[in-house]
Write a protein that binds this ligand. Structure first.
Ligand code: ACO
Length: 330
């Protein structure tokens, strides 16, 4: 392989909790309507984890499927990266909990925290480990249980999110197929636009922080919307340029599933047909770190991604962060 060592996804996995929460259900919980949610976001329903399910449980299910499909034994993993904004605990890392339950005794394990961009960020870090020859088999998971950090009394946010997990096993590639390029970006100047203010070292948990609802997601929706519509086309173009391809050559774009209007705005700016953008936000809402791997999994299952296809993954989220990846499926 020598200088041409690259990496590829050898198997994908997905887990979505069984419980479905529809817009009609939300109409009974907050002052909202199915029509408002559908028109403003494209979301019809989302999944909510069972009370006994935490992020590591979702991650574990997705990881097991990805390992099985890749034909990789957990004991042979070198590294486990879990992208999440809703870890089981502040520490230990959710990746360590997954490592133990998989029996991945040889693997290092660490979480990647880039809000909704976490999975694509982690995929980029996995790729770099493999290209550098530091790892042979890396498990990358995107898992979130945002229902646990959502303020169910705030109609501006609680209608948007859902729970799920997606996973990929990344291995070396010696063919044309594989991960071709990455762009990992951030703008900490926008850190206050999307955050969970309390429970860290800045505002430790106290009666006051609970009373002020500071343990929930706080979001400036319109500003995040503007940022997302701007950054998705830029991140797609950058990933294409780094891979030496044009956006016209791309068979399918797999964007973070936050809001169908954001995807429409991005497609218009890029002058690409909306049909080239995979959308499943109507089924799951915004599942944060899980959104891109679950969408990739479903696109492959539905035959929308075939061997040899050029695909671009693109995510954005709190941080602010963004991440894009061009890949040749195979
Ligand atoms: N039901 C009914 N009315 C509502 C609801 C609701 N669920 N939520 C807000 N409204 C009202 C508002 O109060 C407002 O009323 P007003 O005009 O009387 O003040 C009106 O609807 C319009 O509100 P806006 O916030 O301006 O609506 P907008 O069209 O911007 O849509 C939305 C809001 C859907 C949140 C949009 O801004 C958005 O999608 N932003 C991006 C969010 C996002 O992607 N976040 C995730 C980033 S990834 C991560 O890291 C988690």
């Amino acid at each position: 392989m020598g200088l041409h060592r690259s990496s590829r996804i050898a198997g994908l996995g997905r887990y979505v909790p069984r419980r479905v929460l529809t817009n009609a259900d939300l109409e009974r919980m907050v002052d909202t309507t199915d029509e408002w949610i559908t028109v403003r976001t494209g979301i019809k329903e989302r999944r909510v984890a069972a009370p006994e399910e935490a992020t590591s449980d979702l991650a574990l299910e997705a990881a097991r499927e990805a390992l099985e499909r890749a034909g990789v034994d957990a004991a042979d993993l070198d590294l486990i990266l879990v992208g999440t904004a809703s870890p089981d605990m502040i520490f230990p890392a959710t990746a360590c909990l997954v490592q133990e339950r998989l029996g991945a005794k040889r693997a290092g394990a660490v979480d990647v925290s880039a809000a909704c961009s976490s999975f694509v960020y982690a995929l980029g870090l996995a790729h770099a480990q493999i290209v550098a020859g530091l790892a042979e088999r890396v498990l990358v998971v995107g898992a979130d249980t945002l229902s646990r950090i959502t303020n169910w009394k705030d109609r501006a946010t609680c209608v948007l999110f859902g729970d799920s997990a997606g996973a990929a096993v990344v291995v070396p590639s010696d063919s044309q197929a594989g991960l071709l390029s990455f762009w990992l970006g951030a703008d900490g100047g926008g850190s206050s636009l999307l955050s969970l203010p309390a429970g860290g070292s800045r505002l430790p948990a106290s009666y006051e922080t609970v009373e002020r609802a500071q343990h929930y997601i706080h979001m400036n929706g319109p500003e995040v919307f503007k940022f997302a519509s701007r950054i998705i086309p830029r991140a797609i173009e950058e990933a294409c340029q780094r891979a030496g391809v044009s956006a016209d050559e791309v068979d399918l774009f797999i964007p973070h599933q936050a809001n169908v209007r954001i995807i429409q705005a991005a497609a218009e700016r890029l002058r690409q047909p909306l049909e080239k953008f995979y959308v499943n936000v109507h089924k799951y809402g915004n599942t944060s770190s899980a959104s891109v791997p679950v969408a990739l999994y479903e696109a492959v299952e539905e035959g929308r991604v075939k061997p040899g296809d050029l695909v671009v993954l693109v995510a954005f989220g709190g941080g602010l962060t963004w991440a894009s990846c061009a890949l040749r499926w195979g």
